[in-house]
Every structure is written in structure tokens, then in C-alpha cells.
Design a protein around this ligand. Sequence first.
Ligand code: NAP
Length: 508
Amino acid sequence: MEPESSTEATDVRIAIIGAGFGGLGMAIRCKQEGIDDFVVLERGEDLGGTWRDNCYPGCACDVPSHLYSFSFALNPNWSHIFARRQEIWEYLRDCSERFGIAPHIRYHHEVQAADWIDAADHWRLQTSSGPLTARVMIAAGGPLSQPSVPTLPGLERFAGESFHSAQWNHDYDLRGKRVAVIGTGASAIQFVPRIQPKVAKLHLFQRTAPWVLNRPEHRITSVEKLLLRNIPGLQRAIRHGIYWGGESAIFGLVHDQRLLKPVESLALRHLRNQVTDPELQRRLTPNFRLGCKRVLGSSDYYPALTQPNAEVVTDPITRVRRQAIVTEDGVVRDVDAIIFGTGFHVTDNPMMQMVRGREGKSLAEVWQGSPQAYLGMTVPGFPNGFLLVGPNTGLGNNSIVFMIEAQVRYVIGALKAMERHGLSSLEVRPEANAAFQQEVQARMPGSVWTDGGCSSWYLDANGRNSTLWPDFTWRYALRTRRFDLNHYRARLDLSTRTPSEALALALA
Ligand code: NAP
């Protein structure tokens, strides 16, 4: 796709940043509500967000697709229970076309700076394709959008090929190569079984053994699709079933960790069934409570690690040489390529540096390592700014699309309130935010994320869980169902009103 022409409006009402699940969901619901004056600023040359970027072999969603999809765009044609990345990407493109979003998207518009200009009640955005002002900014860049590569000593001198799982180099032929994979998270366990049969040697550098449950693949048959298409309510019923299954995990994750033990037993049995070598079993046995990190599902991860060309390395990496990786025990492993399955900058996402609020401070400066936002969406000092999948609204046990839809509903409520009352700006009250933070953090002690014996990207630099929603998601949906103006400081838009109109609006 070509960069947009310079004739585009540079002053818009709403700028949505990112054309992934969040940004598209927001755009579609705006459109459905008759709000048409918005743009979607997308840094790439196509939409899809994480499902565009992550194209590593085996990439699929580990949440069943009948739930991991918009409630207003159910898809009876998913080919698998856990759809592959390509199919999810196509689903998003289809949604964009179907709901008329395509003309609103401006590709090659990476937002590089966003400053709130108080005197003008708008955001001034600097993008890679030029400046823009917007009355409202909705940041939907996603928390898993900035790959994180560890700073290993000597890495800069490595002469082989190296890339991150979210920036897969498909031009590099892995066949017959000696490959190091660093990381054993949700991404690695999907691509490791795909690359292991191709490579000469696979060294999997594991820092922490993850919990892995058996997850057999199920291809949805044409008869099943026929039933899904033709039996009224069947798709919704399945969706509900999956949703409530995910919700039930909260009892163990937040309330009583003993409830997680039967699931741990299942995972350990899965390990024993697939790995018979006691030493390998020991290495692959997690040493923390299930759920403290994302619980993974795979039926082919362990078998790949039992193959003669695979090795699980648990000694920490001390340095990288031109063609080798050295571990603490002094062993030198010659490698042709390093693949980083090392996750993303979540609580230190660069977006936090570039968004500056009323007092000229960036989100990073205000947050000091611990992101926080009222309902995970609005931040005192950052008027007319909304975050989708912001602080404490991530999930480990259910579909993030559910949270996105709840947030989109809330933001639509805010946009309508602005319209209805003739407001030029809305800013969440610090006391509303403080009370919310207290409430959320009060739920953390005793939860598996803070007391489960692991360190994970759910915890920020200050050791605070600022990523996950620590409760049932239906409670979040109820909580955000209505936009409550009482929690906000509002400024009237006097520029378009006569004094008597302004008075009437103020009293409304
Ligand atoms: P991740 O879960 O953050 O895993 C990163 C892995 O890299 C961990 O095993 C971590 O070890 C390891 N690591 C990080 N820095 C390291 C270092 N300096 N030295 C050695 N090892 C290091 O990343 P991810 O697998 O890309 O997944 C990120 C998130 O994306 C997931 O949690 C999930 O939310 C999402 N995701 C979803 C799907 C899906 O199907 N829906 C698929 C993929 C990813 P430690 O465990 O010791 O920190």
C-alpha cells in the first residue's frame, strides 16, 4: 500500500492509534454509532497488529477462536478451534472491509510524539507521514507490539543470523543449521516444534520451565461448520461455554491457589507421558505455581524436545561470541542462528515516552515504572486520551477481545457524553483514579501472579502487577458499561456556542 496523499485532513476529531484488534474494534463501533470523523493511524503497511507482525512458523491463537473474535462479527468458518495466524489476520481484514473501515486507515503513519495542547484542547500528533491534530486520541497500539531482545554480552559481535519471533526472517533458510532459541514462552512453544525437524541442531535456552497442558489440534469439519452456520444460537452457546470456562480460572488464580493443583497434576502427567527421560523431565518441570506466568497448551512441544537433534539448556547464557553461545558452566555451543522468543516491552513500552500530557510530562515520567489508569483507560493529566488494553486490563485466562469490547463501549459513552454536553475536554479526576488503583491492587496479594513464586512480565519494574485484571471479566464489563461523567473534569466547548447555549449545556 502506498503512503497516503498529502491532501488528507490534518485536523480530525478522533485519532485511533493502531489497526489491530483494539483499533479496528474501536473504529467499527464508532462507525456503527454514526461517529464518522475519525482516522486510524497505522505504522505498518497493512492492518492486523500482532496478527500481521507475528508470522513465525506455527503461530496460532491459544484462545479458541469462537471466543477470540468480535461479538458483533461471529465467524462460523474457523478452520480450527485455535485458528492459525493467517486466518485471524484475514478475519480482521474482512471485518475492516465489511464495516467500511478501510477508507479511515492511514498506513505508514507511525505516531512518534503525542502532546496535549491545553490551550487548544487537542492532541498534537507527530507521525512518520507528517503532523496531525486530534480532539480525542485513542491509543490502541497493543501491549505486545515492541519486541524485547535481551542485552547479552557480545551479542553485537555475533556473525550469524539473529531475529526476534515477532520479526521472523523467512528469507533465512533454517534447514541444516545449528539454531539457538532463547525463551520458552507462548511464542517459542509454537515455533519450536515447527523448526526442530528442519534444523541440524536445536539448542533451546530455557530460563524458566513453563506449565504446559496438552492441547490436541482440532480441525473443524465441514459438517461442524454447517451446523455452526445453520443452528441458531449454536455459535453463541459455544462462545459462552468457552468464556465461562476461562472465568472459572479466577477462583484459583486470585482466591485460592489450592484449586490450581488438579490442573498442575494434569500438566505434570502430560509431561511424564511425553518425556520419559528423567533428566529432561526434571529440567522441564516448572518450579512455581501454575498461572503465575501464562499457562501454555501444546501437544507437540515436549515431543520436539525429546528428538536427538534437540537440547534443553538450563545453564544461564554468559556471553555470545562471533559464532557461538557460552553458558555459565563454560560450555561453548557453536550456532549459525539465534532466535529470540523473549517477549515484548510491556510495562516499559516506548509509547509511554512519547505521549505527553497537560503538564508536558510523558506517561513514563508520570508512571515511574508502574503504569496505572482509571479503569485501565484514562490517566489524570492526559485529557481526551484513552488507552485500549491499558494498565491492569490484560488477561491470562480469557479472551482479550472481550476486554477490548468493554473498553470500546466505554469510550463510545465518553464520546457521546462530550457531544451531548458540548464538551471540549474530559479528564479523569485524580481521586477516582486513586480509588480505582487502590481497589485493583488490594486484590493482588495472595494472587498467583504476585505470590506464585515466579517473576513475569505481568510485574513491572517496581514489582507491582500493572498488567492484569485481577477479577472476573464480567465485573469489568459491568463496571465500564456506562461512562460516568462524575469521575471526570469536563471543559465546555465555548468556541461553538453562544453564551446562553453554553449556560444551558453546563446545566444539562
Ligand atoms: P514471553 O511469554 O514473555 O516469554 C519470553 C521468554 O523469554 C520466557 O521464557 C523468558 O524467560 C525468556 N527470556 C526473556 N528474557 C530472557 C533472557 N534475558 N535470557 C533468557 N531468557 C529470557 O514472550 P512470548 O512467548 O513472545 O509471549 C508474550 C505474550 O504474547 C504471551 O504471554 C501472550 O500473552 C502473548 N502470546 C499469545 C499467543 C496466543 O496464542 N494468544 C501466542 C504467543 C504470544 P522467563 O520465563 O524466565 O522470564
